[in-house]
Ligand binder design. Structure first.
Ligand SMILES: NC(=O)c1ccc[n+]([C@@H]2O[C@H](COP(=O)([O-])OP(=O)(O)OC[C@H]3O[C@@H](n4cnc5c(N)ncnc54)[C@H](OP(=O)(O)O)[C@@H]3O)[C@@H](O)[C@H]2O)c1
Length: 366
């Protein structure tokens, strides 16, 4: 193998210090009224943090969850908000409704919210593949939501978290050399399955270390000190739903079903942030240097690829960060030509895979 190319290497720990730590209130009279359906959950809580970090303007926030949480109070940007039960009447006067309460709740209430004039940004899988519903990663296909505005109604879908993290990295390379085939293996964190899954991982870890039997409520396998196939339902073709989402959503977002995609989705006992190994085949030769240049220039990406130190992104080092981190950019030597590359990609899926991506969509509505 030749000399390693010169690499733009940004360390996630250094990048961490760039994070916006501002807590300046984004409340403003002229801002939209926002509703967060599922505010008590992992993504719902992240919405609040991202609104503050990005100073997303709002005049009021309606905090919605199930009847179980009604009456719960949150301090947010100096004000006290009381969680209300999500009902059909929740969306009067709402301009932007952020949904993260699960697919069945989105199916039941997103159309109601849209009819009331709210523009819905939905984190569930309920409408992702519905014709006419834009499926948007703002760095990749913002044009898909042209014409949508806050208060104008309609539903925009946030893609699956693993798909977002993969495509933020893959899209610039696709534009450069045309991706023909993508083989992806995911290493998915507990946070992707919500607050209760994170609690189960923590509890089981303590139980194993204490020599106690493990409590299993969320996953079909012991999660602590284990690795297993993604817990989404199995489909007829032997792939689980998470894997098929990566196939179908990639086609919809990149606007072509010519790219052959195959995925293996795995849960790993990591609290937060997903990692993915991605093998790409291109229509033409592509060098590591070209790929690194395109990645470094693309929005939402940081290249962290230090071969000399054998140092690359990890879920821990990218947790709570906005960008998708790409490392281990290397030629696929199983091929006789120079049309193959391997990448290692890490991204915080509660953030870029869910709340941040949705708020970026909401920014495009203003
Ligand atoms: N976690 C991720 O990284 C991620 C990434 C992409 C997409 N998503 C999607 O985002 C959605 C939420 O995920 P999550 O991880 O935040 O889950 P979570 O932590 O389990 O939170 C679920 C939220 O939904 C609310 N909810 C449940 N039943 C409800 C009902 N009948 N009426 C109103 N609200 C109800 C819960 O309220 P209570 O507290 O009152 O029960 C809670 O606020 C899911 O569709 C998920 O697939 C998640």
């Amino acid at each position: 193998m030749g000399t390693a190319p010169r690499r733009s290497s940004v360390s996630p720990s250094r990048a961490q210090s760039r994070r916006s730590l501002s807590v300046r209130a984004a409340k403003t009279e002229n801002g939209p009224t926002i509703a967060i359906a599922g505010v008590t959950g992992a993504v719902g809580q992240e919405f609040l943090r991202v609104i503050t970090e990005r100073k997303f303007p709002y005049s009021n926030i309606k905090m919605l969850a199930s009847a179980r949480s009604a009456g719960r109070q949150y301090e947010f940007e100096g004000e006290t908000y009381t969680v209300e039960e999500l009902t059909e009447d929740s969306f009067k006067g709402v301009d932007i409704a952020l949904f993260s309460a699960g697919g069945s709740i989105s199916k039941k209430y997103a159309a109601v919210a849209s009819a009331a004039g709210a523009t819905v940004v939905d984190n569930s899988s309920a409408f992702r593949m519905t014709e006419g519903v834009p499926l948007v990663i703002p760095e990749v296909n913002p044009e898909a939501m042209a014409g949508y505005r806050a208060g104008g109604g309609g539903i925009i879908a946030n893609p699956n978290c693993s798909t977002i993290i993969a495509l933020v990295a893959v899209a610039p390379l696709h534009r450069l050399a045309g991706v023909k085939r993508m083989v992806v293996s995911t290493y998915q964190a507990a946070s992707g399955a919500g607050q209760a899954a994170m609690e189960e991982l923590e509890l089981q870890t303590r139980e194993v270390l204490d020599g106690k039997p493990v409590t299993q409520n969320i996953f079909p396998f012991q999660y602590a000190f284990n690795v297993f196939s993604h817990n989404s339902p199995m489909t007829d073709n032997g792939y689980n739903e998470e894997e098929m989402k990566m196939v179908k959503e990639t086609h919809k977002i990149l606007g072509t079903s010519d790219i052959r995609v195959t995925a293996t989705c795995i849960r790993v006992p990591v609290m937060r942030a997903h990692a993915e190994s991605i093998n790409l085949e291109f229509e033409r030769d592509i060098s590591e240097e070209e790929a690194l240049r395109a990645l470094a220039a693309a929005p939402g990406i940081q290249v962290a690829d230090d071969r000399a130190a054998n140092w690359f992104p990890t879920p821990l080092s990218v947790s709570h960060l906005d960008d998708v981190f790409v490392g281990r950019v290397r030629r696929d030597y199983s091929r006789d030509d120079a049309r193959g590359l391997n990448l290692w990609v890490c991204g915080d899926q509660v953030k870029k895979g869910a709340a941040l991506n949705a708020i970026q969509i909401a920014e495009l509505l203003l």
